[in-house]
Write a protein that binds this ligand. Structure first.
Ligand code: SF4
Ligand code: FES
Length: 233
């Protein structure tokens, strides 16, 4: 079938302002939107720029707006979006070129929540054991691939890039609720801020956007409750 792919184009070195360019191409219903972008780049216009790597929903590099919603281009099939497809960069972060955005503000927030296991206690003779019930507390948030679809779909982040954003909170959640970790207090103190969890107003865009189907808003709520509980002691 014939598909019209409308793509946001902007090269700050040569363009005064952004524009849309429409490419016509033949596609199969099971083609990914990423396949279409690749075909445009390889067969029609080699200047088109976008990030991609695994093509299987694992690396998180090809998050973009597809027909107005944040998705991974490699996880959206043509048959689910129809013959007219508009592709734009993620919102709320600066565009570097075409569909490539500056993810540094996003990764600065990620790094700010100490996203690694903290435990200075003497090493046990064998592994640090954990029961299935303890593991279940943070199982959902281990699935995050740092694609940024949640944070860049959040109106609070659009209003201010200072907001730590749902992805960083998901990463903090993954360690705060890990029974082997001892850094929860430090992470909760970082997130107990006007630009931390309290900037979240439960809009749920993040949950809708997550390609890993993580219950992002629920995770943010659990971190809010952990902060409240820590103040009662
Ligand atoms: Fe992407 Fe989901 Fe992780 Fe957000 S929580 S960065 S949408 S995988
Ligand atoms: Fe890796 Fe889509 S290219 S997630």
């Amino acid at each position: 079938m014939e598909v019209k792919l409308r793509v946001f184009r902007y090269n700050p070195e040569t363009d005064k302002k952004a524009r849309f360019e429409t490419y016509t191409l033949e596609a199969e219903p099971n083609d990914q939107v990423l396949d279409l972008l690749n075909r445009v780049k390889w067969e029609q216009d080699g200047t088109l720029s976008y990030r991609r790597s695994c093509a299987h929903g694992v690396c998180g590099s090809d998050a973009m707006r597809i027909n107005g919603v944040n998705r991974l281009a490699c996880k959206v099939l043509v048959k689910t979006v129809g013959r007219k497809i508009t592709v734009e960069p993620l919102l709320g972060v600066p565009v570097i070129k075409d569909l490539i955005v500056d993810m540094e503000p996003f990764f600065d927030h990620y790094r700010s929540v100490l996203p690694f296991l903290i435990n200075d206690e003497p090493e046990p003779a064998c592994e640090r054991l954990q029961s299935p019930e303890e593991r279940a507390l943070f199982d959902d948030t281990t699935k995050c691939i740092l694609c940024g679809a949640c944070t860049t779909s959040c109106p609070s982040f659009w209003a201010s890039m200072e907001y730590v954003g749902p992805a960083a909170i998901v990463q903090a959640h993954r360690f705060i609720f890990d029974s082997r970790d001892r850094g929860a207090e430090a992470r909760l103190a970082i997130l107990d801020d006007r630009m931390g969890v309290w900037r979240c107003h439960d809009v749920f865009n993040c949950t809708d956007a997550c390609p890993r189907e993580i219950e992002v808003t629920k995770a943010v709520g659990e971190v809010k409750m952990a902060i409240a509980a820590s103040k009662k002691h």
